[in-house]
Design a protein around this ligand. Structure first.
Ligand code: URA
Length: 252
Protein backbone atom coordinates (compact mmCIF):
# COMPACT_ATOMS: atom_id res chain seq x y z
CA UNK A 1 0.00 0.00 0.00
CA UNK A 2 1.24 3.49 -0.85
CA UNK A 3 2.01 5.56 2.30
CA UNK A 4 0.55 9.06 2.65
CA UNK A 5 2.81 12.01 1.72
CA UNK A 6 2.93 13.22 5.34
CA UNK A 7 3.97 9.75 6.46
CA UNK A 8 6.73 9.72 3.88
CA UNK A 9 7.97 13.09 5.16
CA UNK A 10 8.05 11.81 8.75
CA UNK A 11 9.92 8.70 7.60
CA UNK A 12 12.47 10.87 5.79
CA UNK A 13 12.99 12.95 8.93
CA UNK A 14 13.44 9.82 11.00
CA UNK A 15 15.91 8.41 8.50
CA UNK A 16 17.89 11.65 8.58
CA UNK A 17 17.90 11.50 12.35
CA UNK A 18 19.22 7.96 12.37
CA UNK A 19 22.29 9.07 10.47
CA UNK A 20 23.27 11.22 13.43
CA UNK A 21 22.77 8.58 16.12
CA UNK A 22 19.72 7.10 17.71
CA UNK A 23 18.02 7.99 20.93
CA UNK A 24 14.67 6.46 21.65
CA UNK A 25 12.29 9.24 22.56
CA UNK A 26 8.55 8.89 23.21
CA UNK A 27 6.35 10.60 20.68
CA UNK A 28 3.97 13.41 21.68
CA UNK A 29 0.29 12.58 21.47
CA UNK A 30 -0.61 14.68 18.44
CA UNK A 31 2.21 13.09 16.47
CA UNK A 32 1.41 9.53 17.43
CA UNK A 33 -1.10 8.97 14.67
CA UNK A 34 1.32 10.22 12.03
CA UNK A 35 4.25 8.20 13.30
CA UNK A 36 2.22 5.08 14.13
CA UNK A 37 0.88 5.18 10.62
CA UNK A 38 4.32 5.65 9.15
CA UNK A 39 5.72 2.87 11.28
CA UNK A 40 3.30 0.22 10.06
CA UNK A 41 5.31 -2.27 8.08
CA UNK A 42 8.44 -0.18 8.50
CA UNK A 43 9.31 -1.67 11.86
CA UNK A 44 10.26 1.73 13.22
CA UNK A 45 8.09 1.84 16.23
CA UNK A 46 6.71 -0.11 19.11
CA UNK A 47 4.55 1.14 21.99
CA UNK A 48 4.68 4.82 21.16
CA UNK A 49 8.43 5.35 21.10
CA UNK A 50 10.40 6.12 18.00
CA UNK A 51 13.98 6.76 17.07
CA UNK A 52 14.09 10.53 16.96
CA UNK A 53 17.24 12.07 18.31
CA UNK A 54 16.41 15.72 18.42
CA UNK A 55 13.84 17.94 20.03
CA UNK A 56 14.22 20.21 17.02
CA UNK A 57 13.06 17.44 14.71
CA UNK A 58 10.05 16.70 16.89
CA UNK A 59 9.10 20.38 16.96
CA UNK A 60 9.54 20.65 13.19
CA UNK A 61 7.33 17.61 12.62
CA UNK A 62 4.67 19.00 14.96
CA UNK A 63 4.74 22.33 13.14
CA UNK A 64 4.83 20.96 9.60
CA UNK A 65 2.51 18.00 9.97
CA UNK A 66 -0.04 19.36 12.42
CA UNK A 67 -0.03 23.10 12.95
CA UNK A 68 0.55 24.63 9.51
CA UNK A 69 -2.50 22.99 7.98
CA UNK A 70 -4.65 23.12 11.12
CA UNK A 71 -8.34 23.90 10.57
CA UNK A 72 -9.58 22.97 14.03
CA UNK A 73 -11.08 26.39 14.69
CA UNK A 74 -12.28 29.49 12.84
CA UNK A 75 -8.96 31.33 13.34
CA UNK A 76 -7.59 29.43 10.34
CA UNK A 77 -9.92 31.35 8.01
CA UNK A 78 -8.29 34.75 8.37
CA UNK A 79 -4.67 33.87 9.12
CA UNK A 80 -1.77 34.74 6.81
CA UNK A 81 0.59 32.33 8.59
CA UNK A 82 0.43 30.04 11.57
CA UNK A 83 2.85 31.16 14.29
CA UNK A 84 4.32 28.05 15.88
CA UNK A 85 7.28 29.14 17.99
CA UNK A 86 10.78 30.54 17.87
CA UNK A 87 14.07 29.74 19.56
CA UNK A 88 16.13 26.94 21.02
CA UNK A 89 14.45 23.52 21.15
CA UNK A 90 16.71 22.73 24.13
CA UNK A 91 15.97 25.99 25.95
CA UNK A 92 15.83 26.00 29.75
CA UNK A 93 13.52 29.01 29.66
CA UNK A 94 10.24 29.19 27.74
CA UNK A 95 8.05 32.28 27.31
CA UNK A 96 4.38 31.75 26.52
CA UNK A 97 2.16 34.61 25.33
CA UNK A 98 -1.44 34.81 24.27
CA UNK A 99 -1.61 34.80 20.48
CA UNK A 100 -0.05 36.33 17.37
CA UNK A 101 -0.79 39.94 16.44
CA UNK A 102 -0.61 41.68 13.06
CA UNK A 103 3.20 41.53 12.64
CA UNK A 104 3.43 37.95 13.89
CA UNK A 105 0.69 36.82 11.49
CA UNK A 106 2.55 38.46 8.59
CA UNK A 107 5.95 36.98 9.50
CA UNK A 108 4.92 33.65 11.05
CA UNK A 109 7.17 34.36 14.06
CA UNK A 110 6.00 35.11 17.61
CA UNK A 111 6.71 38.42 19.37
CA UNK A 112 8.22 40.41 16.50
CA UNK A 113 6.07 43.55 16.88
CA UNK A 114 6.32 46.27 19.54
CA UNK A 115 5.59 43.89 22.41
CA UNK A 116 8.24 41.57 20.97
CA UNK A 117 10.83 44.35 20.97
CA UNK A 118 10.17 44.88 24.66
CA UNK A 119 10.30 41.13 25.32
CA UNK A 120 13.72 41.07 23.60
CA UNK A 121 14.88 43.82 25.98
CA UNK A 122 13.53 41.92 28.99
CA UNK A 123 15.44 38.82 27.86
CA UNK A 124 18.60 40.88 27.30
CA UNK A 125 18.25 42.36 30.82
CA UNK A 126 18.36 38.76 32.09
CA UNK A 127 21.75 38.38 30.37
CA UNK A 128 20.32 36.08 27.70
CA UNK A 129 19.77 36.24 23.97
CA UNK A 130 16.32 35.70 22.50
CA UNK A 131 17.66 32.68 20.64
CA UNK A 132 18.75 31.06 23.94
CA UNK A 133 15.08 30.84 24.94
CA UNK A 134 11.95 29.38 23.34
CA UNK A 135 9.00 31.69 22.65
CA UNK A 136 5.46 30.72 21.66
CA UNK A 137 1.80 31.42 22.29
CA UNK A 138 -1.36 29.70 23.49
CA UNK A 139 -3.01 30.01 20.07
CA UNK A 140 -1.06 29.68 16.85
CA UNK A 141 -3.28 31.87 14.62
CA UNK A 142 -4.06 35.55 14.97
CA UNK A 143 -7.45 36.36 16.47
CA UNK A 144 -8.99 39.03 14.17
CA UNK A 145 -8.51 42.63 15.36
CA UNK A 146 -6.30 41.31 18.17
CA UNK A 147 -9.34 40.22 20.19
CA UNK A 148 -8.80 37.70 23.00
CA UNK A 149 -8.91 34.10 21.76
CA UNK A 150 -12.31 32.52 22.50
CA UNK A 151 -12.55 29.54 24.84
CA UNK A 152 -13.22 27.04 22.03
CA UNK A 153 -10.21 28.39 20.07
CA UNK A 154 -7.97 27.95 23.11
CA UNK A 155 -9.29 24.43 23.67
CA UNK A 156 -8.65 23.52 20.02
CA UNK A 157 -5.09 24.87 20.08
CA UNK A 158 -3.71 23.91 23.49
CA UNK A 159 -2.76 20.33 22.58
CA UNK A 160 -0.05 21.86 20.34
CA UNK A 161 1.26 23.99 23.20
CA UNK A 162 1.21 21.06 25.60
CA UNK A 163 3.24 19.03 23.13
CA UNK A 164 5.72 21.89 22.67
CA UNK A 165 6.21 21.93 26.44
CA UNK A 166 6.52 18.12 26.56
CA UNK A 167 9.17 18.15 23.84
CA UNK A 168 11.22 21.07 25.17
CA UNK A 169 10.82 20.33 28.90
CA UNK A 170 12.22 23.70 30.00
CA UNK A 171 13.33 24.29 33.59
CA UNK A 172 11.13 27.38 33.85
CA UNK A 173 8.09 28.71 32.00
CA UNK A 174 7.32 32.44 32.09
CA UNK A 175 3.63 32.99 31.31
CA UNK A 176 3.18 36.43 29.78
CA UNK A 177 -0.07 38.07 30.86
CA UNK A 178 -3.36 36.92 32.32
CA UNK A 179 -4.70 34.65 29.55
CA UNK A 180 -1.54 32.50 29.36
CA UNK A 181 -1.14 32.39 33.15
CA UNK A 182 -4.77 31.48 33.81
CA UNK A 183 -4.88 28.87 31.08
CA UNK A 184 -1.64 27.15 32.10
CA UNK A 185 -2.52 27.18 35.80
CA UNK A 186 -6.20 26.42 35.23
CA UNK A 187 -7.31 29.26 37.49
CA UNK A 188 -9.51 32.35 37.38
CA UNK A 189 -7.18 34.29 39.71
CA UNK A 190 -5.99 37.59 38.23
CA UNK A 191 -2.43 38.21 37.07
CA UNK A 192 -1.85 40.80 39.83
CA UNK A 193 -2.29 38.05 42.44
CA UNK A 194 -0.62 35.25 40.47
CA UNK A 195 2.63 37.05 39.67
CA UNK A 196 5.54 37.42 42.10
CA UNK A 197 5.89 33.74 43.00
CA UNK A 198 6.46 30.40 41.32
CA UNK A 199 3.62 28.01 40.60
CA UNK A 200 3.77 24.42 39.38
CA UNK A 201 2.67 23.64 35.85
CA UNK A 202 1.58 20.01 36.03
CA UNK A 203 1.73 17.81 32.97
CA UNK A 204 2.30 14.28 31.79
CA UNK A 205 5.69 13.89 30.12
CA UNK A 206 6.45 11.85 27.02
CA UNK A 207 7.13 8.82 29.23
CA UNK A 208 3.61 9.18 30.70
CA UNK A 209 4.92 10.30 34.10
CA UNK A 210 3.17 13.06 36.06
CA UNK A 211 5.73 15.85 36.48
CA UNK A 212 5.79 19.62 36.95
CA UNK A 213 7.71 22.67 35.76
CA UNK A 214 8.19 25.92 37.73
CA UNK A 215 6.03 28.61 36.18
CA UNK A 216 6.33 32.34 36.81
CA UNK A 217 3.34 34.45 35.73
CA UNK A 218 4.25 38.04 34.88
CA UNK A 219 2.84 41.02 33.05
CA UNK A 220 2.56 40.86 29.27
CA UNK A 221 5.01 43.19 27.44
CA UNK A 222 2.04 44.79 25.62
CA UNK A 223 0.58 45.72 29.02
CA UNK A 224 3.99 47.05 30.15
CA UNK A 225 4.07 49.30 27.07
CA UNK A 226 0.75 50.78 28.22
CA UNK A 227 1.66 50.82 31.94
CA UNK A 228 5.43 51.36 32.19
CA UNK A 229 5.20 51.91 35.97
CA UNK A 230 4.59 48.13 36.29
CA UNK A 231 7.94 47.28 34.68
CA UNK A 232 9.63 47.14 38.08
CA UNK A 233 7.30 44.31 39.18
CA UNK A 234 7.95 42.38 35.96
CA UNK A 235 11.68 42.80 36.49
CA UNK A 236 11.31 41.45 40.06
CA UNK A 237 9.59 38.38 38.57
CA UNK A 238 12.33 37.90 35.99
CA UNK A 239 15.05 38.19 38.63
CA UNK A 240 13.37 35.36 40.55
CA UNK A 241 13.53 33.32 37.35
CA UNK A 242 17.23 34.18 36.91
CA UNK A 243 17.92 33.04 40.46
CA UNK A 244 16.15 29.72 39.90
CA UNK A 245 18.09 29.17 36.67
CA UNK A 246 21.37 30.06 38.43
CA UNK A 247 22.05 32.98 36.08
CA UNK A 248 24.43 35.72 37.24
CA UNK A 249 22.46 38.49 38.95
CA UNK A 250 23.03 42.11 37.86
CA UNK A 251 25.17 44.21 40.22
CA UNK A 252 23.15 46.75 42.22
N1 URA B 1 1.43 39.19 21.86
C1 URA B 1 1.41 37.87 22.13
O1 URA B 1 0.82 37.42 23.11
N2 URA B 1 2.07 37.06 21.31
C2 URA B 1 2.74 37.50 20.25
O2 URA B 1 3.33 36.67 19.54
C3 URA B 1 2.75 38.87 19.99
C4 URA B 1 2.09 39.70 20.81
Amino acid sequence: MQSKPQTQRVKRLLQADRLFGITSVPVPSVLREVVDDGAKGAGVLSTGTVSVDSKRTQLDVLDREQVRGCEKCRLCEKRTNTVFGDGDANARLMFIGEGPGFDEDRQGVPFVGRAGQLLNKMIAAMGLKREDTYICNIVKCRPPNNRDPAADEVIACTPYLHDQIRIIEPDVIVALGAPASKMLLDTQTGIGRLRGRFHDYHYTNLSDEAVSISLMPTYHPAYLLRSPSEKKKAWDDLQMVMKLLGLPMPKR
